[in-house]
Design a protein around this ligand. Structure first.
Ligand code: MSP
Ligand code: ZN
Length: 566
């Protein structure tokens, strides 16, 4: 298909290292994993990396609550996380344990010095809420009080959930620290700012070259309209982060070094592999493609701050940023208080990871849309599509091949055409091959929902072919047995192509099918054009089971039990 291999680096947002992965996170990690697997299957030189985001006040506080160091907390979370990613078949080439690492610090300092040399950094005193008991400056989310507009109680320092007002924490009535309950005082301190507004024209030009989805580009146009503001990149001690090299007691705000973690992660990977080189991906004139998958809540950081930091420090900028929407559960926001936050771990206890991968793929497209995990629809969809349509093809054909032909496939002879021309197995097979191009295009454009629709339409055709040819009837006449072999050979070769097309989504099943069909090598887009003829296959074992709705009830019971103890 694709003539010359491309060099591609794919990242996902670095999840904060202070809590369990949940199904919302997995929208992103599964989406990016499918995309990375697709490119690898097409022979591209593709790396897929991410890591834990270790810094910031919430992680510092979580660690304090548990009586451990932030480093120990991050290490413990990392262990769980790599197990969860493996469980969901999210196959990172490298998942960095922590952003709190010398490689990241060196890059953060390098970038900071470059910005300072450009005169992009200035300092200014600001007043901020300070917890006099904990002796700590309070991020907006850690100040609670009554809404200055509607008076609703117990609202966060940045916005009111009752009336939707946004405001500064200093405007809250009767403010308290969410950490100690103490009344915060206003305290002045010196902060470091990055002059983002200096990059307005460069950013506009960058954005206009098609790096963002139209919806996101429009959002940015609104921000440009209002005018970009200097960005506060420093925090005062105590803070879990990197000390600013020429400013003792001041730390980089977590969002300064977090995206630099993308670079550090690759740097660490390069240290273990001779065949890849950091500069090939990050130097200014790099021809490698660089893509960041992110959620819609962190666009500002990725589409404004991050490219501006890179421009200011003479690195390359991303080729594109792919933003996705949020996951809802049964039409509602997942919520800890309602006990509907399904963790990756709980899901894996009850259900097959490939089912969620398939369900997300069937719903994902290139737009920034929220996606709904409707559990009733989930069960129906998996049982109808994967078991009823896809796996069904193999289970209908394999038995005959073993019963009458000692496990050997035959050929697609012309004599086997019964009925209409579109029932000619050659024609059908060629139709499947041609559809592979269309499906590949959908994958490439991150229109997974269209890829899945196309694949299931092919599965319908294959099932129709078998239903029309009726091998179970033909088999009753021993004189026609050769025809049974042809029909089932066609069915299994169509099944093989469907397996290839589903392989980015269902890698474990694809491997099982490769074993079952005894394919000479793992299926790729390139090596699958020729059908398997006169070829021995393995006995058929059930590849996927139907979902028993009971397992959904058991999952939900575990989820509400687990969230009750939070
Ligand atoms: N640490 C930052 C990212 C730094 S990237 C340099 C962060 N972490 S996060 O753990 O809060 O989120 C990680 C990713 O998961 C983000 O892209 C976020 O949008 C995504 N999601 C978190 N919850 C989500 C849903 N409920 N639904 C879909 N995606 C969600 O942000
Ligand atoms: Zn309000």
């Amino acid at each position: 298909m694709s003539p010359s291999p491309r060099r591609i680096l794919i990242t996902t947002a670095l999840p904060y290292a202070n809590g369990a992965l949940h199904l919302g996170h997995l929208v992103e990690y599964i989406q990016a994993d499918i995309w990375a697997r697709f490119h690898k299957l097409n022979g591209h030189d593709c790396l897929f990396i991410s890591g834990n985001d270790a810094h910031g006040t919430p992680i510092m506080i979580s660690a304090q609550k548990r009586g451990i160091t932030p480093e120990a907390l991050v290490a413990a979370v990392h262990e769980e996380r790599i197990t969860d990613f493996a469980g969901f078949l999210v196959d990172f080439d490298y998942f960095d344990a922590t952003t709190h690492a010398p490689e990241n610090q060196a890059l953060a300092n390098q970038i900071y010095y470059a910005l300072r040399d450009n005169k992009d950094i200035f300092t200014r005193e600001i007043a901020q809420a300070f917890d006099p008991e904990k002796q700590l400056f309070l991020p907006d989310r850690y100040v609670k009080g009554d809404c200055p507009r509607c008076g609703a109680n117990d609202q966060y320092g940045d916005n009111c959930e009752a009336c939707g007002a946004t405001y500064a924490p200093t405007e809250l009535k009767n403010p308290v620290s969410a950490l100690s309950g103490a009344t915060p005082i206003q305290k002045h301190s010196l902060h470091y700012f990055f002059q983002l507004e200096k990059y307005t024209d460069a950013l506009k030009k960058w954005i206009n070259s098609g790096k963002l989805q139209p919806q996101i580009a429009n959002k940015l146009a609104e921000w440009f309209e209002v005018g970009l503001q200097p960005w506060d990149i420093s925090r005062d001690a105590p803070y879990f982060g990197f000390e600013i090299p020429d400013a003792p007691g001041k730390y980089f705000y977590v969002w300064l070094d977090a995206p630099i973690g993308y670079m550090a992660s690759l740097k660490k990977l390069c240290a273990t592999r001779k065949d890849i080189c950091f500069d090939d991906y990050w130097k200014k004139d790099s021809v490698a493609e660089l893509y960041h998958f992110i959620g819609k809540d962190i666009v500002y950081f990725h589409a404004l701050f991050w490219p501006a930091l890179l421009m200011g420090s003479n690195f390359r900028t991303p080729s594109a940023i792919f933003t996705h929407g949020f996951l809802n559960l049964n039409g509602q926001k997942m919520s800890k208080s309602r006990g509907t936050f399904i963790t990756a771990r709980d899901y894996l206890t009850h259900l097959n990871p490939e089912y969620l991968r398939y369900y997300f793929a069937a719903k994902l497209n290139s737009h920034v849309e929220d996606i709904d995990l409707n559990l009733t629809d989930f069960v129906q969809r998996i049982n109808a599509d994967l078991i009823g349509k896809y796996i069904n093809i193999a289970s209908r054909c394999a038995g005959f091949i073993h019963k009458f032909f000692a496990g050997k496939l035959g050929e697609l002879t012309a004599s086997s055409i019964r009925g209409e021309l579109n029932q000619d197995p050659h024609v059908l097979y060629q139709h499947f091959i041609a559809a592979g191009e269309v499906i590949a295009k959908h994958y490439e454009q991150r229109e997974f929902q269209h890829a899945v629709r196309e694949i299931m339409a092919l599965a319908d055709l294959a099932n129709q072919y078998i239903a029309d040819q009726q091998p179970w009837i033909v088999a009753k006449d021993t004189a026609q047995l050769a025809e049974v072999q042809t029909i089932c050979t066609a069915g299994l070769n169509l099944f093989r192509l469907l397996t290839l097309y589903l392989k980015p989504i269902l890698p474990t099943t694809a491997l099982a099918v490769e074993n079952f069909l005894n394919t000479p090598e793992p299926l790729t887009w390139q090596n699958s054009q020729q059908p398997l003829f006169n070829h021995l296959i393995q006995p058929f074992k059930p590849l996927l089971q139907r979902i028993d709705p009971e397992s959904i009830n058991a999952l939900l019971a575990d989820t509400s039990k687990a969230t009750a103890t939070l």
